[in-house]
Write a protein of this length. Structure first.
Lengths: 155, 334
């Protein structure tokens, strides 16, 4: 009896599998493939997709980086280099200021550890994923803009 | 006589080329849709010229013969496999008038010829001087020797019911209904056993142990490249077509339109669809079924493969032959 039961249960389980693939075959709406260069205008990326590190600046060309180098320490493969200088404030205190924020895209694994480690939310990932360039040095980027300063609350 | 032979040769070669292109494209599209993908989309609209581009690529590829290979047998194997596939095409009726060789032992002939494929696979596998090729070839041998029995026995059951070994006679016996409808349980069981066992004979998933990409790189055709590989692949698809054509002829009436009973209104409507369309429709339905198996089921282990044949399919088809004989003797079929 177990012989026939075995045949029947096997057939049922095989038919279940065929029902699944048959459903997908007969419902082309389920297809997940998106044709990239054609759908560039309408492309929708997942919310948590990370492509390139950026440093947002406000309308007065001010960023939120205090130059603490927490991101540089957190980075597992030396993608970030933070160059700083010391500034003397009017009340005669020495404070660290961001000079240049170097980001090497060619070494980045998009792990998000730098963003997580940042105490002042100065950096974040955007979704511009078209990274191809003709020379390797173009992948090394400076994230803070020319002549930018730190926001007042971090001074 | 010579002109007839030439016309037949040209049409068979054309059929081969067209089938190769269409079936490879169909396989890739069916696979893609079953896996929620789109498949080839770039060459031509919906990628219809993809297989043509692949053929051009295969023709222009370098033809490599490995060191230490037996050159003569290495070159002979892909030729042999194609010739065998061609030979098996001869007695199949494509429509009421289209048949190359109306043999009175057609079923027997196809069964005999299609089991020769294993020799070319063994030749190719051995001549490659590669352990993966040899293992794949030996597995193919074990597999075809086992599953040939079930294929043969399910053919015997259908021959018992229809009372003829000739394909065109078998089609004519299905004028009132196809065997799958009037053969009761034995025809159903024979159909299923035939489809399972011939999938195994074709070396297709879930019985693709001779190729088994994940274990043996590509099995018996690991060392083949360019056009010789293309011949192996082409003959695999031609064999699939032949198996489907045999199944369509024996169980689904071949070119015979869907008939129920004699000479009624329904039959006359069905007769308006040409026989060739009926034949092609049935063949492609069975090809689709075999593709559906391939993209649903995982590969069996070698012990599971042999268990399935010797413990399940063979006893079942032996009993099935007995049942078919009983039905034929008592005349229970319509």
């Amino acid at each position: 009896m177990s012989y026939i039961e075995n045949i029947l249960s096997t057939s049922v389980s095989l038919l279940k599998g065929m029902k699944m693939t048959g459903y997908y075959f007969s419902h082309p709406k389920e297809i997940y493939t998106r044709q990239y260069p054609e759908n560039r205008k309408t492309l929708k990326l997942p919310e948590r997709f990370r492509a390139e590190l950026t440093m947002p600046h406000d309308e007065f060309n001010r960023h939120r980086c205090s130059g603490c180098t927490a991101c540089e320490i957190a980075c597992p493969n030396g993608t970030i280099k933070v160059l700083t200088y010391m500034e003397t404030t009017p009340d005669n205190k020495k404070k660290k200021r961001l000079d240049t924020f170097i980001y090497r895209l060619s070494m980045c694994t998009f792990c998000n550890l730098c963003v997580d480690s940042c105490p002042s939310d100065a950096i974040k990932f955007n979704q511009h994923f078209e990274h191809s360039v003709t020379e390797r040095k173009q992948l090394t980027k400076v994230l803070n803009r020319q002549g930018s300063t730190v926001t007042d609350e971090l001074k | 006589m010579i002109i007839t032979a030439l016309i037949i040769a040209i049409s068979v070669i054309t059929l081969f080329a067209v089938l190769g292109l269409v079936l490879v494209y169909m396989e890739r599209k069916v696979a893609a849709f079953m896996q929620i993908r789109l498949g080839p989309m770039r060459v031509g609209p919906w990628g219809i010229a993809q297989t043509l581009a692949d053929t051009v690529k295969l023709i222009s590829k370098e033809d490599i013969i490995p060191n230490g290979a037996d050159k003569f047998l290495f070159n002979l194997a892909p030729l042999m496999v194609t010739v065998i596939a061609t030979l098996a095409l001869a007695p199949l009726p494509f429509s009421d008038k289209w048949i190359i060789w109306d043999s009175n032992v057609g079923v027997f002939y196809v069964a005999a010829i299609s089991s020769l494929t294993v020799i070319s696979i063994l030749t190719g596998g051995w001549a490659s001087n590669n352990k993966y090729s040899l293992i794949g070839a030996m597995r193919s041998g074990a597999q075809i020797v086992s599953y040939e029995l079930s294929v043969g026995l399910s053919l015997v059951a259908m021959v018992l019911l229809s009372g003829s070994l000739s394909f065109s006679d078998i089609v004519m016996t299905q004028q009132d209904a196809w065997w799958i409808f009037k053969g009761h349980l034995p025809a159903w069981i024979a159909f299923m056993v035939f489809i399972i066992a011939s999938t195994a004979e074709l070396n297709r998933n879930p019985f693709d142990l001779p190729e088994a990409e994940s274990e043996l790189t590509a099995g018996f055709h690991t060392e083949y490249s360019g056009m010789k590989f293309a011949l192996f692949m082409l003959s695999e698809y031609i064999n699939m077509f032949i198996v489907s054509a045999v199944a369509a002829t024996l169980f689904l009436g071949g070119w015979m339109p869907l008939h129920f009973g004699q000479d009624n209104f329904f039959n006359h409507i069905m007769d308006y669809i040409p026989p060739l369309v009926w034949f092609a429709g049935k063949v492609f339905f069975i090809i689709f079924l075999i593709m559906w198996f391939r993209w649903t089921f995982p590969r069996l282990r070698i012990d599971q493969l042999l268990t399935l044949e010797w413990k399940y399919l063979l006893p079942i088809s032996l009993i099935n032959v007995l049942a078919a004989a009983w039905i034929t003797v008592t005349g229970w079929h319509f």
